[in-house]
Write a protein that binds this ligand. Structure first.
Ligand code: MRU
Length: 410
């Protein structure tokens, strides 16, 4: 069903609009889960192929995160937490014989701790994954300490794992509203008059990167829904092309006016077009506001500062890591060098389906056997280049000392 014309018509019909937006957004789901079933959309194959993968084990969840079949800081945390819920739900149902680790609270605690440690290793930079595994670890400890039996401890963990995923959408909508209203207020000409706000984003931070709605892309969606957006701009985001593959798909599905640029065009865009703000997500925000996000974010921040364009980071509280003082303490993931040599990343060499089709063949864009390839997945934007940090709790700007105080937004 084509939603495009209906969505345009319904701008004057708020109720219908909400319903149709919901339908469009649902088609962009990264994870479907009910009871003990989990499916993820294989983000390596989007936008041309929509393949749903069953996740049945902790190992499959770990692999899906590591190989970026699912990606985006909140989405990987949700999958990790849901996979723990699934594992324990199935264990409680496995009657004859029940798994050995259900024999006592101690053995359950040891088993779950091993699983959480393993999931934590899937990707190093996004702190949301660690926040989710730490949260489940705390639930485990307090249930054991409360003297609960094995079943009750497992049920607490199952419930909490599901909550990690379920809570994401509401907080995304909250931060989108905080950030969108704040930006419209800051920028003269935004907020209903003039041509609306033009906002550049990097990578993909929408429904596919979260449990729904998105962070920076949520802010853009909110501006669109409230009639304050002029146009969204987004970088292709090499080498994984989260922008041209995923953000493009999301903006197109939601019928949000948008323009893609190649990563190297940010400076040119700022020179030749009125851009009111840059809004990006984050994988980890240090206590001083330094922010790790997709490679290329720092370039955009430097250019935004040069052009006096507000640079906004939009991320949930779980992305703020107060244990890390500044960006130098954020671990930066380096992806396999080969992923920078191909279009379609991890699918090289291409997978072959049962019929022998190589439909998703990766294309090599370098000579074979290059020995010098630098492929960090993230960079760190220093706090001095960031205008505002938005979480579900509100908007933090720098004080008169030029420093962020994140205590009000965590
Ligand atoms: O390597 P990825 O695709 O997982 O990187 C994603 C990003 O950098 C996002 O900007 C970040 O995780 C925030 S997603 C709401």
């Amino acid at each position: 069903m084509c939603l495009g014309p209906l969505i345009r018509v319904c701008y004057t019909l708020p109720c219908q609009c909400h319903r149709l937006h919901k339908m469009a957004a649902e088609s962009l789901t990264s994870i479907k889960s009910s009871d003990d079933n989990i499916q993820i959309v294989n983000q390596l194959l989007l936008p041309h192929t929509t393949e749903w993968l069953e996740i049945d084990t902790i190992e499959q969840a770990h692999d899906a995160i590591k190989t970026m079949k699912i990606r985006g800081a909140p989405a990987i945390a949700s999958l990790a937490a849901l996979s723990v819920s699934q594992h324990l739900t199935r264990a409680l149902r496995a009657a004859d014989p029940p798994p050995e680790f259900l024999s006592s609270p101690e053995s359950l605690a040891a088993h779950v701790s091993t699983i959480l440690d393993f999931l934590f290793t899937a990707r190093p930079t996004a702190v949301n994954l660690g926040a989710a595994t730490r949260r489940l670890s705390r639930t485990l400890q307090s249930s054991v300490k409360a003297g609960k039996d094995v079943r009750a401890i497992a049920e607490d963990l199952i419930g909490d794992g599901r909550l990690v995923a379920a809570e994401d959408v509401g907080r995304n909508k909250a931060m989108a509203k905080w950030g969108g209203d704040w930006l419209a207020e800051q920028v003269k000409g935004g907020g209903g008059s003039g041509d609306g706000l033009n906002v550049l984003t990097v990578c993909n931070t929408g429904s596919l990167a979260t449990s729904g709605y998105g962070t920076a892309l949520g802010l853009i969606t909110y501006l669109h829904e409230t009639g304050k957006l002029g146009r969204a701009y987004y970088t292709q985001t090499a080498p994984y092309h989260q922008g041209s593959r995923l953000t493009a798909l999301e903006l197109k599905t939601l019928q949000i006016p948008s323009t893609m640029i190649v990563d190297t065009m940010v400076g040119s865009l700022f020179q030749h077009h009125r851009i009111h703000a840059v809004a990006v997500g984050a994988d980890r925000i240090a206590a001083n506001g330094d922010t790790a996000n997709k490679i290329g974010t720092y370039n955009a921040a430097v250019l935004a500062a040069r052009h006096n364009i507000p640079f906004i980071v939009v991320a949930p509280v779980t992305t703020v890591d107060l244990d890390v003082a500044d960006g130098s303490g954020i671990p930066i993931e380096h992806r396999p060098p080969l992923e920078a040599c191909v279009v379609r990343g991890a699918l090289y060499p291409p997978s072959v389906d049962a019929q022998g089709n190589r439909a998703q063949a990766a294309v090599m864009i370098t000579p074979e056997g290059l020995d010098g390839i630098y492929n960090p997945s993230f960079d760190v934007t220093p706090a001095e280049l960031i205008t505002a940090i938005v979480t579900e709790k509100g908007v933090a700007v720098k004080g008169s000392d030029g420093k962020f105080d994140l205590s009000n937004v965590v």
